[in-house]
Design a binder for this molecule. Structure first.
Ligand code: PLP
Length: 453
């Protein structure tokens, strides 16, 4: 596919738009890739080139790009009540119905829902709720938050701090001093020679407990975890990892916050990643597929215990001093409600189980490829990790950007796949993807790998 960077939109983008996660110098040389429209699982650019969105935008366009029911839900609500804040007793019907629905489908008993607009805002809120909860119970020193190496929790100052990827810290005066990071549960990459998954999980839980004892449990508020890490390399932890981690957290009265921003709403083949990974969190954050990304909305699901302490505290101090203008936005909530209805009516979970198994089966065909070290994932959240040496698992030099090369090559062939941490390629197509569309993803990936060899 040819690329031409001289249209006025190209020039205007370079002139005016700052792109996140972008090398600006390179951007000014090569210009933007401008998408014009979407159709099913495809996006179409301004030159008419079609691409399968193999990572659902940013793991979010779960129902693809042409779901008329979501357009109708938004239009209807927008023409009825386009805005209503939820501060100080004000409410709106879609927000109420959505909160009720989220509590109904929550993976563990949850009590209340607090809305925001993005995953970062939800996680930032969850950090504050953890502090609020502990202070309400007189544990004022319980402040430190434990994230994990390679975990990703957002881009706000606090959430980027909890994120365990140095790239997000450099030059931003973060991580904050109240943030700690413990091990990444990537067995392929970080297990010791001959260490079983079980032993690896035991060692990681023991390292966590050592950290807690070193820092003092009385100083630690919460532990943050994605059920399956996304940006950090699509990391499915060993089967007993969360059971062991949770036992440690319970012993030391540390809240478990499950970041379901990617995993939530079917990505792993169950409604929640907590269900596929056996997690019983105190707080759950979710976003992205909650509205199939048609509008921005996120939420924190709050357990009864945490809500009770919040309530006691607001009684004491007069109110809960937290909230975003657009939290509980009625149009976003109406779209999210319709999205969840579609998941249920069309048995999207069943579809993900089937298509996830098929995607995995096809990815396994790369097992003997000289560049492919590991194939991993769950549901429609799969990945291949590229290595310089299959035997030793030696990685490429970071400057080689091998995953970037493969993904660029696949994109030239009409398939978008995403390089994530550790020379890993992520495959997370819309949950409605068909077998024949998965075949196209595999075909383009195979060709791209062969070109890279
Ligand atoms: N948490 C996880 C697990 C994510 O993957 C992301 C974004 O990719 C976020 C939080 C941040 O969400 P947002 O970009 O909507 O702020």
């Amino acid at each position: 596919m040819t690329t031409e960077y001289h249209s006025s939109n190209q020039e205007r983008d370079i002139a005016y738009v700052v792109h996140p996660h972008t090398n600006f110098d390179t951007h000014e040389k090569i210009g933007p890739h401008i998408l014009e429209r979407g159709e099913g699982v495809y996006v179409i650019d301004d030159k008419g080139n079609r691409y399968i969105e193999g990572v659902s935008g940013l793991w979010c366009t779960s129902l693809g790009f042409s779901e008329q029911r979501l357009v109708d839900a938004a239009t209807k609500q927008m023409s009825t009540l386009p805005f209503c804040q939820t501060f100080a007793h004000r409410s709106n019907r879609p927000a109420i119905e959505l909160a009720e629905k989220l509590i109904e489908i929550a993976p563990v008993p949850m009590s209340k829902v607090l809305f925001q607009c993005s995953g970062s805002e939800a996680n930032d809120t969850a950090i504050k709720l953890a502090w609020y909860h502990h202070r309400a119970r007189g544990h004022d020193r319980k402040v430190k938050i434990i994230g994990r190496d390679r975990g990703y929790h957002g881009t706000g100052a606090a959430t980027a701090s909890v994120t365990g990827l140095p790239y997000y810290h450099v030059d931003f005066n973060i991580p904050f001093e109240w943030v700690l990071h413990t091990d990444c549960p990537n067995h392929y990459r970080f297990a010791q020679a001959g260490e079983s998954e079980e032993a690896f999980a035991t060692r990681l839980a023991s390292n966590l407990e050592d950290m807690i004892l070193r820092e003092g449990p009385e100083n630690i508020a919460a532990f943050f975890a994605e059920p399956v890490m996304g940006v950090g390399g699509v990391v499915v932890p060993p089967a007993t990892y969360f059971e062991k981690i949770q036992a440690v957290l319970k012993r030391h009265d540390i809240l478990l916050i499950a970041d379901e921003v990617i995993c939530g709403f079917g990505r792993t083949g169950t409604m929640w990643g907590c269900q596929s990974q056996g997690i019983q969190p105190d707080l759950i954050t979710c976003a992205k597929a909650m509205s199939a990304a048609y509008l921005p909305i996120s939420a924190v699901l709050i357990s009864e215990t945490v809500y009770e302490s919040m309530k006691e505290q607001t009684k004491k101090i007069g109110g809960f001093a937290h909230g975003y203008t657009y939290g509980g936005h009625p149009v976003c909530a109406a779209v999210a409600l319709e999205t969840i209805k579609i998941y249920e009516e069309r048995n999207i979970l069943g579809q993900v189980q089937e298509s996830g198994a098929y995607l995995r089966e096809r990815l396994e065909e790369f097992a003997n490829h000289s560049l492919v070290g590991d194939i991993r994932g769950v549901g429609l959240m799969q990945a291949i990790e590229l290595v310089r040496n299959k035997e030793t698992r030696e990685q490429f030099n970071i400057n080689q950007q091998v995953a970037g090369f493969v993904s660029k090559s696949a994109q030239d062939d009409g398939v978008i796949i995403r390089p994530v941490t550790g020379d890993t390629l992520a495959f997370a197509p819309p949950l409605i993807i068909s077998r024949s569309e998965i075949d196209l993803i595999i075909g383009a990936t195979a060709a791209a790998l062969d070109k890279t060899e």
